[in-house]
Design a protein around this ligand. Structure first.
Ligand code: SF4
Length: 189
């Protein structure tokens, strides 16, 4: 992917805009140059990858964490993509694969990847362990709440499986996962 983006940069025919949600926009491309840029995107599999990515993956954000950040207690950007791969079949099981659920992971509580205002937020506590936070809203206007502590991968997947199951049974019409889990958390307290 990086090789393809480098090739596009070398054409000098697109500007690169990195967004706060860790997306990349190729901007200011002349109409006449679009076929060339699209050809490069196809040649390097970038278009296929982007078009085939799940809604959850498109809405995922992670901080750099290990091995770049000296404050990191756990992995984030190197681990979240593989965790998303394991969450996707669970979403499909419940018919939730088109839901734009925001998921974010940080390697420590400092929250550089904005895990506190995701619908599903992971905060690293030790290598391979995360606090799971739920109940943030989709637009990032409401902070989430810690739901479970120090979960390993198996426990994360089992907990999300249970939560998604309750969500499909009890959600209100058009209710997002974040709004549902906020309401669900308040029924527990
Ligand atoms: S959230 Fe923690 S681990 Fe991630 S970049 Fe910030 S300080 Fe580093």
């Amino acid at each position: 992917m990086k090789a393809g983006l480098l090739k596009i940069a070398q054409t000098g025919k697109a500007n690169f805009r990195f967004t706060c949600n860790q997306n990349l926009i190729l901007a200011d491309i002349d109409e006449k140059d679009k076929p060339e840029i699209e050809h490069i995107l196809k040649e390097y599999g970038i278009l296929d990858y982007t078009n085939g990515a799940s809604a959850l993956r498109k809405n995922s954000v992670a901080c750099v964490a290990l091995n770049t950040c000296s404050l990191a207690l756990a992995e984030a950007q190197r681990y979240l993509p593989s965790l998303v791969t394991k969450i996707e079949p669970i979403l499909e099981k419940y018919g939730l694969q088109e839901e734009d659920i925001t998921i974010r992971m940080t390697g420590c509580p400092n929250g550089c990847g904005r895990s506190p205002n995701a619908e599903i937020g992971f905060v690293g506590t030790a290598y391979g362990k995360y606090n799971l936070h739920i109940g943030g809203d989709r637009l990032g206007m409401r902070l989430n709440t810690k739901y479970k502590e120090n979960l390993g991968e198996e426990e994360i997947l089992a907990t999300l499986d249970e939560l998604f199951g309750i969500y499909v049974q009890k959600r209100l019409a058009e209710e997002t996962f974040g709004d549902f889990s906020y309401r669900y958390l308040h029924t527990l307290n």
